[in-house]
Design a protein around this ligand. Structure first.
Ligand code: SF4
Length: 417
């Protein structure tokens, strides 16, 4: 038996599906479901096949965007059961940022090298379509070079219903004010049976599809997402992927696919509806790998979410079919308020280090995947956690000097207490 056979010996059924994907055949929804259920040697073979496909589709580059999230309000009465972010207007920690506060955050983002701001908020009952446009006008007026990636289909739905315009006119009205692309969030699982359980008052599947297709048609591209690890099954995820692929075949408007694991700690979906406590590691990696094989060649960019997965599992995602590390974010509250604890900011140099540690090449991109800067030379940008030669680390003398400094600092603190 060859080494390859000993290392990767999938079941005949999974082997056939992987073989079809690797010769460029389009996988069916049932095949995607079968792969999502892969375990043991099938799972290892799935990850390896997705990595081979990624190398063929994208090469060694791993892209990232320097961006800043700005959540302009957390007031929202939609009441999605998986949301730990929304607040009632009267809650002590409710906020509604002024245009000046939003612009301050944009200024800070630009100073830190951002090329994109991602603007999303709750559905505030006392705001309307004009508020969404005012935010765009203010940012675009002050920072015309900044790409504005803003407003989930849920926010578009709300603003559009208030506006009295046709959907196409409303989207063009926002585009004219500076809107560049829209996040393909609020998708969760595009199946009304599931939406009625996890987000009964949110827009339903047909409306999400209508908004996204119309946005693509008027030149507003979007990301695409899935939220998994709650009440859905592998079959539901596979059908969701199938729907996204159908949209992409029709419009070509998706820039990337981003799997988003459910964060369960602080919301009703887990506590009262008894959803699963998020996906396990095998599911996280399987969704990334299946997305690579299922979407090829229509959606070439598969992103890992370091906020949801954590940087280490996100690194593993890069070895399982992903070619994009997402953004620096600088400020992240939606996942954090639901219990994610992987931080709010990942500086570009940290992303480059994580990418290099798995043997790949970091490249900075725009929102729409134009390469802005390559970091080909590891000498100029060395991974900071590479082992250093022992002689550089210093011996007992440096250790004693460090202890002396700590003792002095402790004495100084004692003097003030
Ligand atoms: S997920 Fe969005 S729409 Fe739903 S409750 Fe939270 S902020 Fe509101």
């Amino acid at each position: 038996m060859s080494l390859a056979d000993r290392l990767f010996r999938p079941s005949p059924e999974v082997g056939r599906i992987l073989e079809r994907a690797l010769v460029g055949r389009t996988l069916g929804v049932e095949e995607a479901e079968r792969l999502l259920r892969a375990r043991g040697s099938d799972f290892h073979a799935l990850l390896r096949a997705a990595d081979v496909a990624r190398e063929e589709d994208c090469g060694p580059d791993v892209s990232f965007v320097v961006n800043r999230n700005i959540n302009f309000t957390n007031v929202c009465y939609v009441g999605c059961t998986y949301c730990g972010f929304s607040r009632h207007e009267a809650d002590g920690d409710a906020y509604d940022r002024s245009l000046e506060e939003i612009l301050d955050r944009c200024r800070d983002a630009v100073e830190r090298g951002a090329t994109e701001v991602c603007i999303q908020g709750g559905i505030h009952p006392r705001k309307d379509h004009r508020h969404y446009r005012e935010i765009l006008e203010a940012i675009h007026g002050a920072f015309p070079e900044l790409h504005i990636h803003a407003y989930s289909p849920e926010e578009i739905d709300y603003g559009h219903r208030k506006s009295g315009m046709s959907l196409e006119d409303y989207l063009l009205w926002l585009k004219e004010a500076g809107l560049g692309t829209i996040p393909g969030t609020a998708a969760e699982i595009l199946d009304d049976r599931i939406r009625r359980v996890i987000a009964p008052r949110k827009l339903m599947t047909a409306r999400w599809v209508e908004i996204v297709k119309t946005a693509h048609r008027v030149g507003l591209r979007s990301s695409s997402t899935v939220m998994y690890g709650h009440v859905e099954t592998a079959a539901d995820v596979a059908r969701h992927l199938g729907l996204l692929r159908d949209i992409q075949r029709e419009t070509g408007g998706f820039t990337e696919f981003v799997p988003l694991g459910f964060i369960h700690e602080r919301n009703r979906l887990f506590r009262h509806i008894h959803a699963r406590p998020g996906a396990n590691m095998v599911e996280d990696l399987a969704v990334v790998a299946v997305a690579r094989l299922f979407f090829r060649p229509l959606i070439p960019n598969i992103q890992v979410s370091w906020v949801k997965m954590g940087p280490k599992l996100a690194q593993m995602g890069l070895l399982a079919g992903a070619n994009d590390f997402g953004g620096t974010l600088m400020e992240e509250s939606i996942s954090r308020e639901s219990g994610a604890d992987f931080g709010e900011n990942l500086p570009p140099e940290e992303i480059r280090r994580l990418v290099r540690e798995v043997g790949r090449v970091p490249v900075e991109r725009s929102t729409t995947y134009r390469i802005l800067r390559r970091f080909d030379d590891p000498e100029k940008d060395p991974p900071s956690r590479e082992p250093r030669p022992l002689r550089e680390l210093g011996g007992p003398e440096r250790f004693r000097a460090g202890v002396r400094r700590e003792q002095e600092a402790a004495r100084a603190l004692g003097a003030y207490s």
